[in-house]
Design a protein around this ligand. Structure first.
Ligand SMILES: *Cc1c(COP(=O)(O)O)cnc(C)c1O
Length: 334
C-alpha cells in the first residue's frame, strides 16, 4: 500500500521498535525516566531553549503552551488556517478559556504584519488582553521566510506579546533550508515539535521553551492528563528518529517535487503546487470519487478532493511516486 493521506501514517520500523524495547525507563512524573530526560535534554540543546517537555501529542503540547502564555480571558493572534485554530477542536477555548483572534493566512502562510498590529488590543476593559502571537512552520508544507519570522517577532516584542511556534514540522523546514533548528526556534519563547509525522515515531511531541514558561507547561500538561509514567518506551522511538530520520526528510521533499513534476504533465489536472513534503492538486469535482477509487485499485490510499493534498514520508519510495503518477495519468487518459 502507498498511503499519501498524511505523514502521520508512518509505522515504526523494526529498528525503531527494537530501540523502544531496549529503553531504560523510570517514572517520568517523578522526573526519573532516563530516556525521557535524555530526549528532553537533547531537544533543549538542539533548539537552544532552557528546557523541553515530552508530550503524547503535538495537539496537547500546543494547548499546554497556549495555557502557559495566557490566562483565562486572554487572547492569542493566529492564522485562520493554523492547526491550533482549525484542527484542535477548539481546545484553547474549551480548556484554556483563551480567545482566538484569527487573521487570514496569506498564500505563503504568513500573517500580514499590519493585520497583526491592527488586532493587538489597547488596554481597555472592553477588550480581551492580547497576550500571544502564534505562527506555524511549516504551514501546508510551506516554509515561513526567516526574515518574516524575525520581523513578526520584533512586532510581537514591541507590544509585549509572547511568541509561540507550532513547529510540528519544523524539522522539514530546517532540512529543506539547511538551517539549524536553533536558528528557526530562536525568535520564539516556546516551540512545539511533533515526532509522529515525518520523523516516523508512533507517538510523541516535545515542547521547548524558556524556564518560566516550561514550568507552567509542566502544570498544564498535568491538568491535560499528559503526564506519563514509563514513557521512556515512547521517548526511545523519538531518540531513534533524531538519530536516523532527520536528514532523510530531504528524500521526502525530493519525492514530493517528483510527484508534482509528474502530475504537472497530466492534462486535466490544474494548479499543482509543492512545498517540502506536500503536493496540492486541483481535481475536477466530478472526478474526485472516481480518481480516489482508481488509485485505491492500484493500492494507493489518498483523500481526493477538489484541492487534494498528497503527503510524502518515509514509507513512500521513489518507485511509489512513479506508480502514483502512472495511475493518475491512466485515470485521466481514459
Ligand atoms: C499534526 C499537527 C499537529 C498535531 O499533532 P498531533 O501529534 O497529531 O496531535 C499540530 N500542528 C501541526 C501544524 C500539525 O501538522
Amino acid at each position: 500500500m502507498i498511503d499519501l493521506r498524511s505523514d502521520t501514517v508512518t509505522r515504526p520500523s523494526a529498528a525503531m521498535r527494537a530501540a523502544m524495547m531496549a529503553a531504560e525507563v523510570g517514572d517520568d512524573v517523578w522526573g526519573d525516566d532516563p530516556t525521557v530526560n535524555a530526549l528532553q535534554a537533547r531537544m533543549a540543546a538542539l533548539t537552544g531553549k532552557d528546557a523541553a517537555l515530552f508530550f503524547p501529542s503535538a495537539t496537547q503540547a500546543n494547548l499546554a503552551a497556549l495555557m502557559s502564555h495566557c490566562q483565562r480571558g486572554d487572547e492569542v493572534i493566529l492564522g485562520n488556517d493554523a492547526h491550533t485554530f482549525r484542527h484542535e477542536a477548539g481546545g484553547l477555548a474549551v480548556l484554556g478559556g483563551i480567545l482566538p483572534q484569527p487573521i487570514e493566512n496569506a498564500a505563503d502562510g504568513t500573517l500580514a504584519l499590519d493585520r497583526i498590529a491592527a488586532e493587538i488590543k489597547p488596554d481597555d476593559p472592553h477588550f480581551a488582553r492580547t497576550r500571544l502571537l502564534t505562527l506555524e512552520n511549516t504551514i501546508g508544507g510551506k516554509i515561513l521566510p526567516q526574515e518574516y519570522v524575525t520581523a513578526a517577532a520584533a512586532l510581537a516584542r514591541k507590544h509585549g506579546l509572547g511568541l509561540h511556534l507550532d513547529g510540528a514540522r519544523v524539522f522539514n523546514a530546517a532540512v529543506a533550508q539547511q538551517r539549524t533548528l536553533h536558528e528557526l526556534c530562536d525568535p520564539f519563547d516556546t516551540v512545539t515539535i511533533c515526532f509522529s509525522k515525518g520523523l516516523g515515531a508512533p507517538i510523541g511531541a516535545v515542547l521547548v521553551g524558556t524556564h518560566d514558561l516550561m514550568g507552567r507547561a509542566l502544570r498544564a500538561r498535568k491538568i491535560l492528563g499528559g503526564a506519563m509514567r514509563q514513557s521512556g518506551l515512547l521517548a526511545a522511538a523519538c531518540i531513534y528518529a533524531l538519530d536516523n530520520n532527520v536528514d532523510r526528510l530531504a528524500e521526502d521533499h525530493a519525492n514530493a517535487a517528483a510527484l508534482a513534476a509528474g502530475l504537472k504533465q497530466i492534462p486535466g489536472l490544474g494548479n499543482i503546487t509543492c512545498a517540502t513534503n506536500m503536493v496540492f492538486a486541483d481535481i475536477p469535482a466530478q472526478s474526485c470519487a472516481a480518481l480516489q477509487e482508481a488509485l485505491a485499485a492500484r493500492g494507493i490510499i489518498s483523500a481526493v478532493s477538489t484541492r487534494t493534498r498528497f503527503v510524502t514520508h518515509l514509507d513512500v519510495t521513489r518507485a511509489d511516486i512513479d506508480t502514483v503518477v502512472a495511475a493518475t495519468r491512466a485515470f485521466f487518459s481514459r
